[in-house]
Structure formats: structure tokens, C-alpha cells
Ligand binder design. Structure first.
Ligand code: SF4
Ligand code: SF4
Length: 154
């Protein structure tokens, strides 16, 4: 059996930012633990391997992740219909048929297509105040919330 490469446990901030830049360039979605403090992972996900994004793509569980507090907007006057955004969107929220159309039910507000658009036709807007999601303060509170949501504690 092939040995798995060791995971780097320590990295410099500069290196980590480099990885994030590279990931963004190739169209991977940054995902993080949904807590305000003490974030314990940053992952860079595609829709074919990531189990969270696959949950959305293959099982239609669109509310599986806490979406970013943004939504995608296309300026149809600027859109060239090139299809790059459709290729880059990891959750198939974007369909190009002459111009790009966003399915806001599927959009997770990741913004990964903003960098790919050759004509600056796409941007992210902030959600209205009433729809902003505020993460729990820390991991312990997050676990507590999950147990509550599942009816496992009274
Ligand atoms: S990448 Fe930009 S120009 Fe190309 S289809 Fe998408 S929105 Fe339009
Ligand atoms: S912001 Fe929405 S439409 Fe754009 S790539 Fe992310 S999920 Fe897809």
C-alpha cells in the first residue's frame, strides 16, 4: 500500500498565503470551520472530492454548509458569455447561455469565479442584514449548537 505523504503541521504565514493564492487561481473554494475565534482548519475544496461540496452536488443538500455572507451578481451588459464562470463554480450555481445566470439557491457566495472573469462582469454583494449568519464564538459553542439542533441535549 502506498504511504500517504506526511502533512505539514507547521508552516509560515507567508507560505500559507501562497497556498491560498495558488488554490484560488486554480479555482478551489476556501472553506473554514464555522467559528468566530480559534478557526482550526482552512481547506481548499473542489466539487469532485470535497465531501461537503459533494453533499451539495450529489445529494442536493444545499444547506449543508454555512454559506458566506455574500451572493453573486452578474452585470449582463459586461458578460461576454465565455463560460469560464460555469467551469469555475464548484457547486454548479452558474449556467452560461449567452450570458451568465446565477442560481442563488445553490450559490455559496465563495467568489471563486470573480478572479476568473475576463471582463470584470461578476462581483459579490453582501447579504442583507437579516440574512447575515453569525458563527458561534468558538468550537465548544459550535458543538453545543449542533447537539441542540439535533435534539440531543435538553
Ligand atoms: S466569466 Fe465573466 S464574461 Fe465569462 S460568462 Fe462568466 S460572467 Fe460572463
Ligand atoms: S460565488 Fe456562487 S456562483 Fe460564484 S463560484 Fe461561488 S458558488 Fe459559484
Amino acid at each position: 500500500m502506498k504511504e500517504r505523504p506526511a502533512r505539514p503541521h507547521n508552516t509560515s504565514q507567508e507560505k500559507a498565503l501562497e497556498v491560498l493564492d495558488r488554490s484560488e487561481k486554480v479555482g478551489l473554494v476556501h472553506t473554514v470551520s464555522n467559528v468566530a475565534r480559534g478557526i482550526f482548519y482552512v481547506c481548499n475544496c473542489c466539487g469532485c472530492y470535497c465531501q461537503i461540496l459533494r453533499g451539495i452536488n450529489e445529494f442536493g443538500i444545499e444547506q449543508l454548509v454555512a454559506k458566506a455572507n455574500y451572493y453573486a451578481v452578474v452585470d449582463q451588459e459586461l458578460c461576454l458569455g465565455c463560460g469560464i464562470c460555469e467551469e469555475r463554480c464548484q457547486v454548479h450555481a452558474c449556467t452560461v447561455n449567452e450570458v451568465s445566470i446565477i442560481d442563488l439557491n445553490k450559490c455559496i457566495g465563495c467568489g471563486i469565479f470573480v478572479n476568473g472573469c475576463p471582463n470584470e462582469a461578476v462581483k459579490l454583494n453582501v447579504m442583507p442584514d437579516a440574512e447575515i449568519i453569525h458563527p458561534t464564538d468558538n468550537y465548544k459553542a459550535w458543538e453545543q449548537q449542533r447537539l441542540n439542533n439535533r435534539g440531543l441535549i435538553k
